[in-house]
Design a protein around this ligand. Sequence first.
Ligand code: XMP
Length: 333
Amino acid sequence: MDTNKRPDSMARITTRELADAFIAEQVKEIQAQVGDKKVLLALSGGVDSSVVAALLIKAIGKQLICVHVNHGLMRKDESENVIKHFQDGLNANLIYVDATDRFLNLLANVSDPERKRKIIGKEFIEVFADEARKLEGVSYLAQGTIYPDILESIKQAEGKKAVKSHHNVGGLPEDLQFELVEPIKLLFKDEVRVVGEALGLPHAMVYRQPFPGPGLGVRCLGAITRDRLHALREADAILREEFDLCGLNEKVWQYFIVVPDVKSVGVRDESRYEGWPAIIRAVNTKDAMSATIEEIPYEILHKITNRITHEVDGINRVLFDLTPKPVGTIEWE
Ligand code: XMP
């Protein structure tokens, strides 16, 4: 039997009852698969890895070792929230690695988007592998693979050309070969969310908007600098806070700030003030293949503009991106 093929008889998980049944079955399967061995998981804080972490903690508790790599390209407070929820809340065995300097040093002066993606993906593996080598007795690697990832790989194997290299992480080095645990590999995203809620993960975590693997790295356009990255992170936090306040967070599929490497002249405290523009992108889509623009009420845009230009050092203009996909892609890089 092809274990990477979803059986036609498998019911779509749409209710709490179906999710509970799935969880009970997976807990048994995981326990049977790993026995008393240790399992390693790269926990990014995204929906898929969070659901896998919660499922494995339920099944094998401290036999699961989660590694959270902060590549310095996370959104504001994101790594802190992973630690708060999994380490403090679920008492998980969690290793936190702040690799900000490793990533930002490698990315200095690199402006080509695909090269940036490759560097981030490769370094991620290296940091994770470094941690894995320090551990003893780990036999398994858990992954948050979901069914669309499997379908996508089949498409790529058939030779279809991708616009961007979205696949964030390649395989681990030869000396680190583990058996895989992939408990949600036959689920679609909406099912992963239902399972996540049934596992008791917070609503905000389960319904978190998608966030690319290279993180803010593909939104701090061109060669990343620490000051522009900081401005982007702060402006993005304001956008998210304001969308939460007016309920747009529940309505818009993906929204974020982009900061290009361009300065314009402005005025602050009656003096000339050169700064970058913060560009708001707010899109709706079903499958990310095409996207439309959310119409944001002007008073909300004014409030966000006012806050960003007054609260964020280095930003002196706010723009709104009206471009659908196609012709634009969702991310700028
Ligand atoms: P684009 O920009 O191709 O984005 O229209 C479609 C969706 O994919 C996300 N995206 C990425 N996700 N690694 C990821 O994991 C990447 O390198 C990457 N680039 C884009 C993007 O945020 C959107 O949801």
